[in-house]
Design a protein around this ligand. Structure first.
Ligand SMILES: NC(=O)c1ccc[n+]([C@@H]2O[C@H](COP(=O)([O-])OP(=O)(O)OC[C@H]3O[C@@H](n4cnc5c(N)ncnc54)[C@H](O)[C@@H]3O)[C@@H](O)[C@H]2O)c1
Length: 407
């Protein structure tokens, strides 16, 4: 087997963990177009707070770079660039297009390209391959190979880190040499690989994993809101329902991030293109997005009740516990809305969000001397109790208010 030089294209929440695993075994190239991100990582500082300085020590002549010329040496590309939606909630594949163009221009005979960004079925074959072929003047399956591997990483979750989760790796070839190369790379990333011969099926399986979760949470959000209207204790309802063997344990929540609020639109988009207007897939999106209104209404009622004399400290601005990620964050959007409207009455603290970003968003990253009347957690970070204890020292009468039933 010839020497493998992996290149991770996009060093974000998904790409960096792959780079960290691979650089311990191969001479790996970590490539990102964002110069700031690269400079931080070269100083061994991960703004996403997923990795320590030690984790980022470069080994085996591995490099981190934003210099496109440095990727020429690579022969195994793994693409982990963002795949968001545009303002019309349609897939925005511009990052993927740019990444494919860059790789295409550097592609050589026998190279392997894996897509790990979340996409709708057919993107690998109908979108990525043509760009690679056009820019490389090479032919798929004759000169180079493409595969798709869904990414299930769950930032902030140490139990389900990339090495501990099953990894679907789809590649449509029987060539033993190629399969051996692919396995030797993915074995370094994850303990268990599930090989598939069907790229479209693997692409679909990834989006439906997130769609299922989005819908399950939406269902609980809706039931919670109905219980509120009926003045019924939701927690008690759920406790009783859970005594049935096939009732699934999901909780209401503020759904955000780069995956759940995006992936349903990807599948719905391709379904619509094929004249199937999906009915269930997007219904969860509406309910989950509306939770922002519910939280804002609740907090406004508290302010009104106090004739706008009380001060509120919201806890948490990231989209979920124990991460720095604020993409599509409902807690952050709630805070931004309330801060604009009630400026000196509403504050927010989050020690996970990167300090520079926090400062720009007027989010506290340590306790100040303001006298608060209410402490309202919107994200249940692991240091919530500790922070509350500290706030309590300055604010003996502060009330702790939980707007959503906790897990
Ligand atoms: N964040 C998650 O928890 C998660 C989980 C599973 C799957 N995914 C999927 O993985 C993909 C990446 O998500 P993420 O959260 O890591 O995004 P991210 O924004 O954290 O990281 C993406 C990185 O790609 C870089 N980039 C953009 N265009 C580039 C290009 N042309 N060349 C090189 N680098 C480029 C960006 O600068 C950024 O650093 C998305 O498709 C997402 O849906 C994310």
């Amino acid at each position: 087997m010839k020497k493998i030089y992996p290149c991770i294209v996009g060093l974000g929440y998904v790409g960096l963990p792959l780079f960290v695993r691979l650089k311990n075994k191969f001479s790996t190239i970590g490539f990102d177009i964002n110069k700031d991100r690269v400079n931080y990582l070269l100083k061994k500082n991960d703004q996403n707070k997923e990795f320590s300085k030690n984790d980022l020590i470069l080994k085996n002549s591995s490099i981190i770079t934003n210099n496109v010329k440095k990727i020429k040496k690579a022969n195994f590309f793994i693409v982990t660039v963002p795949t968001p939606v545009n303002q019309k909630f349609e897939p925005d594949l511009k990052y993927l297009r740019d990444a494919m163009t860059i790789i295409g221009k550097n592609l050589k005979k026998s190279d392997i390209v894996f897509i790990e960004s979340t996409i709708y079925p057919s993107v690998t074959q109908n979108f990525c391959i043509p760009i690679l072929e056009r820019n490389s003047k090479l032919k798929i399956n004759k000169d180079f190979i493409i595969g798709y591997s869904s990414e299930r990483i769950n930032p902030g979750d140490k139990k389900h880190s990339v090495e501990n989760i099953n990894k679907v790796v789809a590649i449509e070839t029987n060539n033993k040499k190629i399969l051996k190369t692919v396995k030797s790379v993915y074995k370094v990333i994850s303990k268990k690989i599930i090989l598939s011969k069907f790229i479209k099926e693997a692409e679909t399986s990834k989006v439906i994993e997130n769609i299922q979760r989005d819908l399950n949470i939406a269902l609980m959000n809706e039931i919670f809101l109905i219980c509120e209207k009926l003045k019924i204790n939701f927690n008690e309802v759920k406790k009783l329902a859970l005594t049935k063997w096939n009732f699934h344990n999901y909780s209401p929540g503020l759904v955000g991030g780069h995956c759940l609020p995006v992936d349903p639109y990807y599948l719905a988009y391709i379904a619509k293109k094929k004249n199937y207007p999906s009915e269930v897939i997007l219904s969860g999106r509406k309910v989950n997005n509306n939770m922002k209104k519910y939280v804002i209404k609740k907090i406004t009622e508290i302010l009104k009740k106090n004739k706008f004399n009380g001060k509120i400290l919201l806890f948490g601005a990231s989209y979920k516990p124990n991460v720095a990620d604020i993409r599509n964050s409902i807690p952050l959007n709630v805070y931004k809305f309330l801060k604009k409207k009630y400026s000196r009455k509403v504050f927010c603290i989050d020690t996970f969000v990167d300090s520079k970003i926090a400062k720009n968003l007027r989010i506290l990253n340590k306790i100040d001397n303001t006298k608060y009347d209410y402490f309202i957690p919107l994200v249940f970070h692991k240091n919530m109790k500790l922070i509350f204890k500290k706030v309590l020292r300055n604010n003996k009468k502060i009330k702790f208010l939980n707007l959503l039933p906790s897990e």
